[in-house]
Design a protein around this ligand. Structure first.
Ligand code: PLP
Length: 395
């Protein structure tokens, strides 16, 4: 068997591995608290489930257009106008099976050997994985703890070379919960005027989860980026629909056709009942989605205080998503060792910062998509572990 060379360049998402290990331990009867998983711990709202059931009963069983049914693309356009204040032609919208698919499309559309694509580090691991798979060189954009895990626009602009094809931005971010301030985005966009050939993919999958009364800063609002911006969003996080596989992108006019062609070659279309459920999610009552965000906000405050009380740990206030990314350098552990020991010895599943890039050493990701009782118990277990291990040093 002669596997194609590029298969050796494909990475993975370690959160799934931690999840599998945590599952095995739980099956053996161990008490495991899972703060490793990147999905809401709420069920999909009932009205959305009912819309999918109705679509099945109504006979929506066949293929749909590869770019998605028109009523769904129109509902997305309406939603974008409502939340981002920008009018987009539904013909620029391509419905895909999850946010990840847009990522894969955008990166493989622009990445090839001899080119460079910039990605946030620490960041969602699939960016780097697919960049390398495409043959492009992955160029990290460092995120800074002292800037609330935002990037510096000057630093990003300074890394652009004649080979740069695409810059990936993610705010609010996984794994840090960081939010890039509007002014930093303004500076990036202003600087990009000198690099008209560079495209931007803005991953805004956590757009509805921004706290402290800060409005979400979407990159879609910049007219300067017209023809250069790919907006990634979807239903997974906002409506607790990770298992449904539903996402969308707004593409520049000329690229929507290429994205649709990729869809035709890969998955044909998103399953029909899920698309009808997606319409109900956007146009139906929003109270369940709001309640979920309010619950995350409450947990965020609880976890932030508890983390900052742990020996050797300090955590900046996450502005969005449902992750906290504390600095654990003061514990004396490497990120990976702490991840492994906390799972094996304290029964708490977390993901090492190094799973999200080289800059993630010294950090560990907590997902607070879990109950306050579990968050409290997990941090008690971690405190006992750190206090007993002899390796921790108070910061
Ligand atoms: C930053 C970011 N983008 C995209 C995704 C992918 O979302 P989906 O499950 O819709 O593919 C995730 C999922 O964890 C994410 O954290």
């Amino acid at each position: 068997m002669m596997l194609a060379e590029r298969m050796s360049r494909l990475g993975t998402e370690s959160a799934f591995e931690v999840l599998a290990r945590a599952g095995r331990l739980a099956q053996q009867g161990r008490s495991i608290i899972n703060l490793g998983i990147g999905q809401p711990d709420f069920p999909t709202p009932e009205n959305i489930v009912a819309a999918a059931q109705k679509a099945l009963a109504d006979g929506h069983h066949g293929y749909t257009p590869a770019n998605g049914i028109l009523p769904l693309r129109e509902a997305v356009a309406e939603d974008i106008l409502k939340w981002r204040g920008v009018e987009v032609d539904p013909e620029r919208i391509v419905i895909v099976p999850g946010g990840k698919v847009t990522m894969y499309f955008a990166i493989t559309m622009f990445g090839e050997p001899g080119t460079e694509i910039m990605y946030p580090d620490p960041g969602f691991p699939i960016y780097r994985s697919v960049i390398e798979f495409s043959g492009a060189t992955a160029v990290p954009i460092p995120l800074h703890e002292d800037k609330g895990f935002a990037f510096s626009a000057e630093e990003v602009l300074a890394k652009i070379t004649p080979r740069t094809r695409l810059i990936i931005v993610n705010s609010p971010a996984n794994p840090t919960g960081g939010v890039v301030p509007r002014e930093e985005l303004d500076r990036l966009v202003a600087g990009l005027a000198e690099h008209p050939e560079v495209m931007v993919m803005s991953d805004e999958i956590y757009a509805r989860m921004v706290y402290d009364n800060v409005p979400h800063a979407s990159m879609l609002v910049y007219p300067e980026l017209e023809g250069r911006l790919i907006l990634l969003d979807g239903w997974s996080k906002t409506y607790a629909m990770t298992g449904w596989r539903l996402g969308y992108a707004v593409w520049p006019q000329d690229l929507a056709e290429h994205a649709t062609r990729l869809a035709i070659n890969i998955h044909s279309c998103v399953n029909a009942p899920t698309q009808w459920a997606g319409i109900e999610a956007l146009k139906g009552p929003q109270d369940a989605a709001f309640r979920m965000v309010a619950a995350f906000d409450e947990r965020r405050k609880v976890i932030l205080e508890l983390l900052n009380g742990l020996p050797g740990v300090r955590c900046v206030r996450p502005g969005g998503a449902f992750y906290a990314f504390p600095n654990i350098a003061g514990t004396g552990y490497s990120a990976r060792q702490l991840q492994d020991d906390l799972l094996a010895e304290a029964g708490v599943a977390l993901v090492a910062g190094t799973s999200f890039g080289e800059q993630g050493e010294g950090y560990i990701r907590f997902s607070y998509a879990n109950s306050i009782a579990n968050i409290e118990e997990a941090t008690r277990r971690i405190a006992r572990f750190l206090e007993g291990s002899g390796k921790s040093r108070p910061s």
